[in-house]
Each structure stands twice: as structure tokens, then as C-alpha cells.
Design a protein around this ligand. Structure first.
Ligand SMILES: *[C@@H]1O[C@H](CO)[C@@H](O)[C@H](O)[C@H]1NC(C)=O
Ligand SMILES: *[C@@H]1O[C@H](CO)[C@@H](O)[C@H](O)[C@H]1NC(C)=O
Ligand SMILES: *[C@@H]1O[C@H](CO)[C@@H](O)[C@H](O)[C@H]1NC(C)=O
Ligand SMILES: *[C@@H]1O[C@H](CO)[C@@H](O)[C@H](O)[C@H]1NC(C)=O
Ligand SMILES: *[C@@H]1O[C@H](CO)[C@@H](O)[C@H](O)[C@H]1NC(C)=O
Length: 349
């Protein structure tokens, strides 16, 4: 959702190349006021369909010119290294680890996280090599004493990563080929532009700060700061009367909401790790990447501010894919073969 980031990114050179995600793909995205209120809930917002605002790229490939810009993509086995910044409960870590481990789990019941990743795998590099099918959970690092305080800037995020790879005890390995560094901030941590403009973003580290060029992403737990934005549809914006949240699949609104943002960033890191591979738009300063194109779409019919058809468990929780022993709600990604957003729970598959 680059246009969101435009105004505030003009300040510093490197901001120009940052990629960010804001949830949900609601009126907020375009800064338009709601024209009508919802009579329904977040999983069925028929009113939302009439809302003339944020027409996404759903169904139509007319406006989307996703192109390959010759840069590398992640064809080597991926290892994700979480950095837990702040206070994290073991139960919260389990949900996120469970999601990362599910990406390569071909044995999970369909529709599966593994099936979701198969759309990401459709992207190739110059040699025709596909994105890897192997995504592993690697070594982790805790930064439980808030080494850089409770308010982080984009630059201090890189310093947190530097700490993690240069720690005296158990430093994270540095692997620029398949290593991804996932900085996760707890609900009491504010990150520059969190909630107002972004729920997460990805970029790569600067050798001048970190010593290496490493693809990384940041995703924050929005539970207390803006769940209605970043954990939608498990929470809804308070200014929309009558819109009801849906039940989250793992009993933690903030963390269940983070899953889709983490998925968004991992898909984009894999296909555009150095921000010179797969993206749409004329301006490389504001790339629209494969998950940006499908933000807020979780099922067939999704678009505008309608999430699309999701699944409901016997416990009443809403999800759209299975992992190993857990369910998750994850946005779809752009499918380059058919030129529309797709996901494992599509009804026409
Ligand atoms: C819509 O909003 C108006 C004003 O905020 C309120 O009076 C009305 O009851 C709402 N309608 C529904 C169906 O929620
Ligand atoms: C929300 O809408 C869906 C789709 O119409 C419906 O199945 C579900 O029961 C509704 N949930 C609530 C809490 O109203
Ligand atoms: C959504 O809700 C509206 C009003 O409650 C209903 O008329 C419509 O059939 C529902 N649509 C779906 C797809 O469930
Ligand atoms: C990638 O992972 C596969 C499956 O675990 C393994 O067989 C292979 O050796 C790995 N390749 C590299 C380069 O590590
Ligand atoms: C690799 O990408 C090509 C081009 O999108 C696609 O046709 C092929 O099915 C992909 N292979 C795998 C294993 O996903």
C-alpha cells in the first residue's frame, strides 16, 4: 500500500524504498470517510461492497502491471529468525512459530498454509528458478529488556537486529542468502508510523549499521494500540457503528492479527527481498508488491472492504487455512499466472 506511505516517506532517502502494509484495506486506506454504516459484521459486509471507496485490484488485472525487475528472489531455503522485542508470552510465541513452521508443512489439512505459499512459489528469478518451498524456523533471540526503549524508529530497528547478530551469547547467524530476520514488537512498543500508516514493513539492513545486507521485516502486536486496524477482522475500528469483530482462531486477537501481516511480509521478502525484483507500479520508490495487491482479501469475492468468504470452525472462530495443529486467517497474494489474487480456500479450485 505504497501510496499510504508516500507523504511521510519523503523525509529520508531509505524510507522511500520501504514497503509497508496497513490493515485493513478499508476506507482508511484511501483516507475517505465512511459513507454508510454497516448493518452486518466484518465477515459479511454487504454494505461495504457498495462503499465506493477503495476499489482494490480484485478480479481485474487491468490496472496491475506486476513486473520483474531482474533482482534476486529467495530461491534458496529460507530460515526465519524471530527477534522477540519486549514482553512475549510463551503462548504467543507458539502461535507465531506454529505459523512459520506450517509454511512448509505439506501434510496439513487443506486449505493449508502450505497451499497458500504455493502461490508465492510461482515467482521466479532470471534463471527461471522458483521461490523455495522450504521455509524453516531458525534460531531466535529475545530482547526482553527493550534494548532500544519502547518507541522504535526505522533506524533503531536496524540497531536491534545488529544487537541480535552480534550478541556475545548465542548471536543469530548471518545468512544473506536464505536468512530472514523478523523483528516482532510486543503490544506496549510503539514503532514509527505504527497504526497510523503501517502494521508492518520489510526492507533490508544497511552494511553501515548492521555490517551486512540482510532482508528483514518488522511486525507489531497491535492489541492495545490499534487492533481495529492491524488485527482486523478480529477487532474492528470503533468509529464504525454496528460492525462486529469475528472470533480469532488462536484466542489472541493481537497475535492472530499479526499472522496475516507476518505472512504478507514473508511473501514480499521472498519475491522482492532487495526491493528490485517483483513489484508493480512505475515508481520503484513506491513499489506495490504481491501482498499489497491483495491486502484485506481472505477469500472468494473479497475486495473493497469485504474480506471474502472465510471459514468458520466449530468453535465459532474465523479462519481460512490450516497449519500444523492450528488454524490461521491469512490474506491472499497475487497470482502471476492467472493475474488475480488467489489463496488455498478459493471456491473455484
Ligand atoms: C447508522 O448510523 C446512524 C448515525 O450514526 C445511526 O443513527 C443509525 O442507527 C445507524 N444504523 C445502523 C443500522 O446501525
Ligand atoms: C456474520 O456474518 C456471517 C455471514 O453472513 C454469518 O454467517 C455470521 O453468523 C455473522 N456473525 C455474527 C456474529 O453476526
Ligand atoms: C450479508 O448480510 C446481508 C444483510 O444481513 C444479507 O442480505 C446478505 O445475504 C449477506 N451476504 C452474504 C454473502 O452472506
Ligand atoms: C534445503 O532443504 C532441503 C530439505 O530440508 C535439504 O535437503 C537441502 O540440502 C537444503 N539445501 C541447502 C542448500 O541447505
Ligand atoms: C515455478 O514458476 C513457474 C512460473 O510461474 C510456474 O509455472 C511453475 O509451476 C512454478 N513451479 C513450482 C514448483 O511452483
Amino acid at each position: 500500500m505504497p501510496q499510504l506511505c508516500v507523504a511521510s516517506f519523503l523525509v529520508l532517502f531509505f524510507f522511500l524504498f520501504s514497503s509497508c502494509s496497513l490493515y485493513p484495506a478499508l476506507a482508511l486506506s484511501n483516507g475517505r470517510p465512511w459513507r454508510q454504516n454497516f448493518s452486518s459484521n466484518a465477515s459479511n459486509s454487504s454494505a461495504a461492497l457498495e462503499f465506493g471507496g477503495s476499489k482494490k485490484y480484485e478480479g481485474s488485472s487491468e490496472f496491475v502491471h506486476l513486473r520483474y525487475h531482474m533482482g534476486p528472489v529467495l530461491t534458496a531455503n529460507i530460515t526465519v529468525h524471530p527477534i522477540w522485542y519486549g514482553s512475549w508470552l510463551p503462548s504467543q510465541k507458539k502461535i507465531i512459530r506454529g505459523f512459520i513452521r506450517s509454511i512448509s508443512a505439506g501434510e496439513a489439512k487443506r486449505p493449508s498454509v502450505h497451499g497458500w505459499w504455493s502461490t508465492v512459489r510461482l515467482y521466479t528469478d532470471q534463471t527461471g528458478a522458483n521461490i523455495t518451498t522450504i521455509v524453516r524456523l531458525g534460531e531466535e533471540k529475545n530482547d526482553r529488556f527493550y534494548s532500544h526503549g519502547k518507541s522504535l524508529t526505522r533506524l533503531s530497528i536496524q540497531s536491534v537486529i545488529k544487537n541480535a547478530i552480534s550478541a556475545r551469547t548465542k548471536p543469530l547467524p548471518t545468512n544473506p542468502r536464505g536468512g530472514l530476520y523478523l523483528l516482532l514488537t510486543s503490544k506496549d512498543v510503539y514503532v514509527e508510523q505504527f497504526c497510523g500508516q503501517v502494521c508492518g514493513f520489510h526492507y533490508f539492513t544497511f552494511p553501515s549499521i548492521v555490517g551486512y545486507t540482510l532482508p528483514y521485516a518488522w511486525v507489531g502486536n497491535s492489541a492495545t494500540q490499534c487492533p481495529g486496524i492491524c488485527a482486523y477482522p478480529f477487532a474492528v475500528p470503533t468509529y464504525i457503528p454496528g460492525l462486529k469483530p469475528v472470533k480469532s482462531p488462536n484466542g489472541d486477537v493481537g497475535v492472530d492479527g499479526m499472522i496475516s501481516v507476518i505472512a504478507h511480509e514473508l511473501a514480499e521478502l521472498a519475491t522482492n527481498p532487495l526491493v528490485n525484483a517483483w513489484y508493480a507500479g512505475q515508481d520503484p520508490s513506491f513499489p506495490t508488491e504481491i501482498a499489497d495487491l491483495c491486502e484485506g482479501i481472505y477469500g472468494t469475492g473479497g475486495g473493497g472492504s469485504y474480506t471474502g468468504q472465510m471459514l468458520t470452525g466449530r468453535d465459532g472462530a474465523t479462519y481460512n487455512m490450516n497449519g500444523i495443529g492450528r488454524r490461521f486467517l491469512v490474506q491472499w497474494v497475487w497470482n502471476p499466472v492467472v493475474s488475480y489474487c488467489s489463496g488455498p480456500n478459493a471456491l473455484d479450485q
